[in-house]
Structures are given as C-alpha cells and as structure tokens.
Design a binder for this molecule. Structure first.
Ligand SMILES: O=C(O)C(=O)C[C@H](O)[C@H](O)COP(=O)(O)O
Length: 341
C-alpha cells in the first residue's frame, strides 16, 4: 500500500542509470576495470534536493535485479521516497563515461536501449498517487529522447501534473545521440512538454530549438532575448534558468548562472573552477540549487547564486550525484580552501 508523501514534496520522474567509467586516460576499449556510479539526470536532482532537506519522491521503473537494487540504494541513502518506483523483470540502462584526460575530451557511450524504464507503459506507473499533494514535478528532455515510449511517459507525467494542479519543471537536457537513434521530431515533442512547464532549465540554444529561431552567439543580451521570446511563446513559464560554461581546458572551466523571470533577471559573474574532479551531474546540481530556492519563493538572484554554488561544489565530487546538507551549501565559498579542522 502506497502511503502519502510529505505535503509539498518534489516528484522527480525519469530513468535511473548505472555509469561505468575506466580510469582517466585509459580508453574504454583498453580498460580492464570500471568504476561504478549511480546517475540519471532526474535521480541526481532527487538525491541533491533530498540531501538538502526537501521531501522528495522518485517516480520511475527499475530492473528487479542486483543492478536495479544498486540504483535504488543510492536513492535510499539520500532519503528519497522510493515507494513509486516500479520493479520489473528486465535490464537497467547503463552508460560508459571516459573521463577527460589532458587534451582528450570526455566521452559518453550509452547502452540503455530496451531498459525497463524506456519500455514502461504509462499505465504501469502511479502518476496520480505520486503527485497527490506535491509541490513540483521535475522531469527532463532525456525521457522523451528515449523513443516513442519515452515520449508517452513524459506526456503522461505532465498531463498528470496538470490534472493534479502541480507545477512542472522541465530541464531541456538535450542528448543528441538519443534523439538521433530513432525517427524523432525533438522540436515538436519538446515544445508540447514545455507548454506545460512553469520552470525551464535551458539556455538560449535549447530555446532556439524550441522556437525554431536562432539565438546564436553568446552573452547576457542573447540569453535575455531568448528568454523573452520563450516567455512570449509559453504563457505558463515563470522562470528560466541556465548556466554559461566556458571551457578553458579539461580541468579548468568558467561557469556563470543566469535566471530570468518575467519581471527580473540575474546573471552571476563567471567563477573559474579548477581542477575539476568530475563534471558529470553539474547541470543537475545547478537545477537542484535553483529548485531549492524556487520552492522557497526566492528571487532570481538567489536562485542563480544557489544554483551556481551547488554546481561548483559538484565539480569537486566524483560520480553523478552530490549529497550535501543545507548548512554545507550555505557555508560554501568557492575559494582555495585548505582542510577545515
Ligand atoms: O546522460 C544521461 O542520460 C544521464 O542521465 C546521466 C547523467 O547522470 C546526466 O546526464 C548528468 O547530466 P548533467 O548534469 O547535464 O551532466
């Protein structure tokens, strides 16, 4: 029997993945050992928000197998409510991540086709029960990129949220290789989903794809122009958040955050991050920081600053997820800090 989640909880809907990585500098096709981490964009947000103290439920389907249980354990450790995760016979989605090494960039290879999540029928998931009394549904553009069944799952999620009166956060998370693997029409699918969203995590390039208009170039003016066009096209949207990344080298990036609301705009200064321990999951950490403050009704400035802080912290943490407390996040200052004793 499924119990109610805490009122005002966040529901994260998406696929849990296992990531397998060779040592940095060893190509996958020459590797003898792989390091395992649990990921999945929406699960990363669930783990971050739950660790920060918010009530969070994950809505998903995993394999009823040791690999599925490994993924579930990561959510459990962070205190995420797992009662709406269906366990089924089948396989978990995997991905291989070759970390960047010196001048060689990082590379992701997916092995997730036919996973229990990707093949789930919306009727197998209890959207209504999970969303009852919820304060937010978070999903991303990865689910509809998985194929026609993924499109149906994402549609069912946003429709159930509309029915339950729950606001939706949609993170664009554009994964070209997933969309290109089937006869897809990302623009029409993503437009339909963003029409139901209140919060969009996405930059001017995501908005270019949605509107079919090119906001090329960079800089705050292009981003603001893109956000204004998105607000005009999508009446439900109140908040658009994005990061601007400047890649200096594999281990040194600059990162700034921007939040646009209809009446206010904020872009942080760029912070230089070096050396980067693990860049994967930093976009999800940013989303979690923004959503933490959005749930509190904070200003664009506070959302941008908190999102940026959590994203910067994640660059120093191995794996896809970050699990820090609110006290740790509030005390964080990106500086050359030695051991605190
Ligand atoms: O690729 C996928 O489908 C995944 O879900 C695996 C990762 O956990 C996220 O992609 C991390 O996303 P970023 O925060 O943008 O680095």
């Amino acid at each position: 029997m499924k119990g109610p989640s805490e009122p005002g909880h966040v529901v994260c809907f998406g696929e849990l993945l296992l990531r397998l990585s060779p040592d940095s500098g060893t190509p996958l096709d020459r590797s003898d050992r792989l390091d395992l981490a649990v990921g999945g964009a929406e699960a990363n947000v669930a783990i971050a928000l739950s660790s920060l103290g918010l009530p969070v439920a994950m809505l998903s389907a995993v394999a009823d197998s040791p690999t599925g249980r490994r993924a579930l354990a990561a959510l459990g450790e962070a205190g995420v409510d797992r009662q709406f995760i269906r366990r089924k016979a089948g396989r978990m989605g995997l991905y291989f991540f070759e970390p960047p090494s010196g001048p060689i960039g990082g590379r992701v290879t997916y092995d997730r086709a036919g996973s229990v999540f990707a093949l789930s029928d919306p009727a197998e998931l209890d959207f209504g029960a999970a969303l009852k009394g919820a304060g937010l549904l978070h999903l991303s553009g990865i689910t509809p990129a998985l194929g026609p069944a993924g499109v149906e799952l994402a549609r069912a999620a946003v429709n159930a949220a509309a029915e339950a009166g729950v606001p939706v956060c949609f993170d664009g998370n554009y994964r070209a290789s997933l969309w290109e693997a089937w006869d897809s029409d990302p623009r029409s699918v993503l437009t339909e989903l963003v029409e139901q969203a209140t919060v969009l995590i996405g930059n001017h390039r995501d908005i270019s794809l949605l509107l079919g208009t090119s906001f090329s170039g960079d800089g705050p003016d292009r981003r603001r122009e893109a956000s204004e066009a998105a607000f005009a096209r999508f009446p439900k949207l109140t908040t658009i958040a994005s990061t601007a990344r400047h890649v200096e080298s594999a281990t040194t990036h600059g990162l700034a955050a921007r939040v646009d609301q209809r009446e206010s705009h904020w872009q942080t200064d760029e912070v230089r991050i070096a050396p980067i321990v693990d860049r994967i999951g930093t976009g999800d950490a940013f989303a979690a920081g923004v959503l933490l403050r959005w749930m509190e009704g904070a200003s664009a400035q506070d959302m941008a600053k908190t999102g940026l802080s959590l994203a910067i912290m994640k660059h120093g943490v191995p794996g896809d997820t970050i699990a820090v407390t609110r006290t740790e996040l509030d005390a964080f200052a990106p500086a050359g800090v030695d051991v605190r004793r």
